[in-house]
Design a protein around this ligand. Sequence first.
Ligand code: ARG
Length: 572
Amino acid sequence: MDCEKLLTDRLAPAFAAVAGGPVDPVVRRSQRADFQSDAALALARRLGRPPREIAAAVLDRAELGDLCAVAEVSGPGFVNLTISDAALARMVTALAGDPRLGVPAVAGPETVVVDYSAPNVAKEMHVGHLRSTVIGDAVARLLAWRGHRVVRANHLGDWGTPFGMLIEHLVDLGEAEAAEELSMGDLDSFYRAARAKFDADEGFRDRSRRRVVALQGGDATTLRLWRLLVQQSERYFLTVYDLLDVTLTARDFRGESSYHQLLAPVVDELDRLGLLRESAGAACVFPPGSVGRDGAPLPLIVRKSDGGYGYPATDLAALRQRTGELGATRLVYVVGLPQRRHFEMVFGVARQAGWLAPPARAEHVGFGSILGADGRMLRSRAGGSVKLVALLAEAVSRATALTRERNPELDAAEAAEVGRAVGIGAVKYADLASDRHRDHVLDWERMLSLDGNTAPYLQYAYSRIRSIFRRAGAAARPEAPVPLAEPAERALAFELVGFATVVAEVERTLEFHHLAGYLHRLATSFNAFYERCPVLRAEQPVRDGRLLLAELTGRVLRQGLDLLGIRTPERM
Ligand code: ARG
């Protein structure tokens, strides 16, 4: 456990006793001591007593003897706290002996469904799918590491009216030709060609409409052609996942089509529950609290006026299966912010219907867009939307060139391997290190820089640590005495013991920029330590102790980056 949390736990009861009710001690890192608590100041106003008197009363009651070397009132009423070397050393040693680095597995694992990636069949993945895939995979990795049962749900867009025209286009091209085009990842031109015919040709439109009916009616030939489209697209998406180093597999596709049989029963049940209202021929539910700009209630359309079911009904059916059949109690939807209203309404209807009742809860983990360096929507040179694979290929080739330049002695295979880890890592990290609610700017120079809050900076710190151990020729001794005489050693130790708190926070908020920011602070503290404190040249027992600090830093960096889905090469 980190020091802020420990001190908070010790100070809170003392504050409560003095105030006669709960008070947050507001513990933070301090310039004057290791930590300080400022809560006495605000409390003084409330109680009408001098703040220094309150601070002193709190210190009288708080049990800090085993933790603090100094605990004193300072200035107008701050409480200054200096952790004793013995206590800090105990925490570091405990961390060194713990394979989970202070982050316990949860006592009560939950079944969690993480809905992410979700590209559409016969359509190129775009940068929005990139963000969903990268953030969603980090969510899945983190929750799985904590010991939850994680179901990765890749809600593939594989059903609906566009499949009429897509299948007809496939028939026109011939199956072999179509399969070839799709397996090359040329999804967009396939889609655009189908669309162009649909817009221009009345006969093609008719065929397409009949095809949709045949598909929904379960016609065998149509289903076979549909499956061909889906399989080729899935195969292509899997190559992207592989390149991206995400944990999604072929088993995680849970396409919209898999809920197709459940749509009518879901709407029937909404009807039985008395929740359906008719509006312009469509069957709608008006979830409480959903109102438009003009204040009028907003409908969620669960059956269209032509009798078809769409995106909202599919999400309701999926949700009901996830809480019902799968027994999930936490549902996470990693989808762009423009769909926020959609999810609010789906969750609202599910609550009304009793499909989303405590302890089960659902969260929309929304995110902004990716912008080009000019601050506008990312566009290819030709002006179209940027193909995800092209973007990833560019990242890898830039990173490989940089690796070669910095490290001419690496052989070609190793340079390629490192270039891939760095390039892909840089793209993922740039996404995860920025507040997901905001748009994030794709800036190659910044993202691949060895300085700043970037993947290469963290990967480089890791590889430096590994090089220390290659030179040392041995691992650190976990029971080595922890050296804390130097300020840089203390600062590094405080960062190390803070890992668990950050993980707990991210598990709750699913805001990975807190983890990224922590890893960046840790690497920065390590670099400052390494500059000021010689490791291999130090006298014993300091040498062993510094090796221990270095090794722990390496382990935390590696674990932290692994939670973000980013590799840590041994050398760079
Ligand atoms: N396929 C959709 C799209 O590309 C995203 C689906 C998100 N997941 C969900 N359960 N609705 O926009």
